[in-house]
Design a protein around this ligand. Structure first.
Ligand code: DOR
Length: 448
């Protein structure tokens, strides 16, 4: 039985499950009650006229770094989830490279208790793999984690898994989806030596895609795919950055795949030409690469080799980012603008409108087995986002919710803006105003 308030969203242009339909959506309590061409309002219902705005399922971002515990000078579960809600991202899956790292059940329980009552978005956490925690991995259940994160390349935090025997064990026995960061560390270290020999410590930021090279990505992604094929692992390769890696993946429906691929919005947006003006602001791992790579990744989104679009939201302070090449940390804050970036890609003809909910909500929900979210369906949770295309938004430092206070998109004028975000049946963002109460819930996952 559905109880609680009734909110009727009228005149929505619903973008969901491969089509665009003009509908009214009745929200009853925390769930979607009815989706019909027309629903007549009854007394006592709140009616919100969306005036033909697009309505999408709230985004499920399967790769964010919210920095808690231990790195809260960069961001926290409270601050970064505010940014998520403002951007229409209603659920996040958060990464384990915090301090201490999330490599056992106790650390997961600590994160879950920190998020309860403080996160504005729904949340789940990854268990981080190490060279030595296979027993923790084997014991973990869907009640605690969304997946197992394996840094097959060293990045922020000290979480590299490079022992071949450890990788075999993880791929053979992980009870949850394995999500990998793929960059071959020996290749990167050799490239670093070459650039150090030439420039000393003063390596230009434009060298980043040559140091964190396409070869480093391909070596590591192909190793992950090979391990997964041999062991039958449910593998999700995070943030692809090169056109070359796409040959490792198949087009087709996610339901038929054991091996899936992700791209992040910044790799669909920037290319290497932007190191000249943005420098370390776009330094991230894996690196933003060539124009051809960006175009290849967009093609991968279109042809179905890429299943998921996420952000890898990874805030660092501007002071940290202003350090020289080797000391400037990799990562950019993005979660507030992913939907607007994708709308821009759609409006310029690069991706289909229906690909946006498919890659940011339907597919992450199916891949991880999120219960009753990721689609606008009767009986599902009412996690929704309405988008205006008749009024854009300029990205300014004042408009940012991030603790770090900056964005690589400052000065960008988007053609669309988020008009309203609904979370578990409540309006939590509307017309520029965020609800104060944290309403995020823990994501639940299907037993498989
Ligand atoms: O650029 C990145 N930043 N890539 C990662 O893998 C980690 C992330 C971070 O945590 O800063």
């Amino acid at each position: 039985m559905m109880t609680g308030n009734k909110i009727l969203l009228v005149n929505a242009r619903l973008v969901n499950e491969g089509e665009v339909r003009e509908v009214d959506v009745l929200v009853e309590g925390d769930r979607i009650g009815r989706i019909e061409t027309q629903v007549s309002a009854r007394s006592g219902w709140e009616v919100i006229d969306l005036e033909g705005r697009y309505l999408f399922p709230g985004l499920i971002d399967d790769q964010v770094h919210f920095r808690e515990p231990g790195l809260t000078h960069k961001g926290s579960l409270a601050t970064e989830s505010r940014a998520a809600i403002r951007g229409g991202v209603t659920s996040v899956m958060e990464m384990p490279n915090t301090s201490p790292p999330t490599t056992d059940r106790k650390a997961l329980e600590d994160k879950l208790s920190r998020a309860r009552g403080r996160a504005l978005s729904n949340y789940a956490f990854y268990l981080g793999a190490t060279n030595g925690n296979l027993e923790e991995i084997r014991r973990i259940t869907r009640a605690h984690a969304c997946g197992i994160k394996v840094f097959m390349g060293a990045s922020t935090g000290n979480m590299l898994v490079d022992d071949p025997a450890a990788l075999e064990g993880i791929f053979a026995h992980a009870p949850l989806p394995v999500a990998t960061h793929c960059e071959d560390t020996p290749t990167i270290l050799a490239n670093e030596d070459r650039f150090r020999a030439r420039y000393g410590e003063d390596v230009p930021m434009s060298a980043h895609p040559l140091i964190r090279s396409a070869e480093a990505c391909y070596r590591s992604s192909s190793l992950a795919v090979d391990l997964a094929r041999r062991h039958g692992t449910r593998l999700h390769v995070l943030h692809l950055t090169t056109a070359l890696e796409l040959e490792l993946f198949e087009p087709g429906s996610l339901a038929d795949k054991r091996i899936t691929a992700e791209v992040c919005v910044h790799h669909l947006w920037f290319d290497e030409s932007r190191y000249a003006d943005l420098g370390s602001r776009i330094k991230c791992n894996p690196a933003i690469k060539t124009r051809d790579d960006r175009e290849g990744l967009l093609e991968g989104v279109r042809d179905g080799r890429i299943d998921v679009i996420a952000t890898d939201h990874a805030p660092h302070t501007l002071e940290e980012k202003s350090r020289p090449y080797f000391e400037a940390p990799a990562g950019l804050p993005l979660v507030q603008h992913s939907l607007q970036m994708l709308m821009e890609c759609h409006l310029s003809g690069e991706i289909a409108l229906t690909a946006i909910p498919e890659k940011t909500a339907h597919n992450p929900a199916c891949l991880f087995g999120v219960v009753d979210r990721g689609f606008v369906r009767e009986g599902y949770f009412a996690d929704l986002v309405a988008v205006d295309v008749n009024g854009g938004e300029l990205v300014t430092p004042e408009s940012l919710e991030y603790k770090c206070g900056w964005s690589p998109l400052e000065g960008q004028s988007f053609s669309s803006r988020v008009h309203l975000t609904m979370l578990n049946g409540e309006v939590v963002f509307r017309d520029g105003r965020l609800a104060k109460q944290p309403r995020g819930r823990k994501l639940e996952f299907e037993e498989r």
